[in-house]
Design a protein around this ligand. Structure first.
Ligand code: ZN
Length: 277
């Protein structure tokens, strides 16, 4: 199943056509993503039998975030060894968590106003929480995830590294710094949900690529570690970390510039596109 939002309403998607969940379920499931994701198993079973005859065409830039109102957004630093190395750190032995404050979350095709400083890119696979839960066991962890989507953990490095000790969350939460989409794809759609290829282009240059099988802490382990403390709520997001190739670790360092376009793709999900101004 592929799901997302159009005009803030939950839809299931087949190609470039979408079916309004509340309308076509006769009100059984809400248009509000958080409300429906709380009943993810039932929702997925309904979606598997949904009749797309009345689905309506849409354009990619009309989509909102697959989960537009997450109550918690978790993000993981240094979850790929080459990125930890380029950042000058040893691979961590516990996930390093921060938040992107939820006001930065947007849909897949956006214009982002660059703040002053050193704005930078980080392609990430993002887990959208379905039913969620507290103290989730490893064997149940994937069942807590409704789907995977494409994200960018846009980061302004000057604010991110300001202060001693530095704190990540503010520099990663400017307006528009959390684009997600185009849709979330339920994990049964992937041949191997632990091994998705992804890549990110700045203009014509491929600046990052990797596979989720290279994560230090895979998604199910992140669910266990996070939910050991915080109950995971329907619609919550986990930004699962970025591989090597970010701008501020290049020689010379490179920042996002007005006029540039960043395209981020994950196999089996699709792409998101950010224009900077
Ligand atoms: Zn990141």
């Amino acid at each position: 199943m592929r799901f997302g939002t159009l005009s803030g309403r939950l839809v299931v998607v087949d190609g470039d056509r979408a079916l309004d969940v509340e309308k076509h379920s006769g009100g059984r499931f809400s248009a509000d993503a958080n409300t429906t994701l709380a009943r993810f198993t039932e929702f997925a079973a309904w979606a598997a039998t949904a009749d797309f005859a009345e689905a309506v065409p849409f354009a990619a830039d009309e989509l909102g975030a697959p989960s537009p109102r997450p109550r918690q957004v978790f993000a993981v630093a240094l979850n790929y060894r080459p990125h930890a190395a380029e950042a000058g750190f040893q691979a961590p032995d516990e996930p390093l968590l921060f938040t992107k404050f939820p006001s930065c979350i947007t849909g897949p095709v956006t214009e982002v106003t660059l703040p002053p400083g050193k704005p930078d890119w980080e392609i990430e696979v993002v887990a959208v929480i379905g039913t969620g839960g507290h103290r989730i066991a490893r064997a149940d962890a994937w069942d807590a995830v409704a789907g995977l989507t494409v994200g960018q953990d846009l980061s302004e490095r000057a604010v991110q590294s300001r202060g001693k000790p530095a704190q990540f969350s503010l520099g990663k939460s400017f307006p528009g710094f959390g684009p997600t989409g185009p849709v979330a794809v339920s994990t049964d759609e992937f041949g191997d949900r632990d091994d998705l290829g992804f890549e990110c282009f700045l203009g014509d240059e491929r600046v990052q690529h990797g596979r989720t099988s290279e994560m230090i802490f895979p998604i199910d382990e992140l669910v266990v570690k996070i939910s050991a403390v915080c109950p995971l709520l329907p619609g919550d997001l986990i930004f699962t970390g970025t591989p090597a190739g970010v701008g501020n670790r290049r020689e010379p360092p490179r920042c996002l510039q007005p006029g540039e376009v960043l395209v981020s793709r994950v196999d089996g999900i699709g792409e998101i596109r950010q224009h900077f101004r």
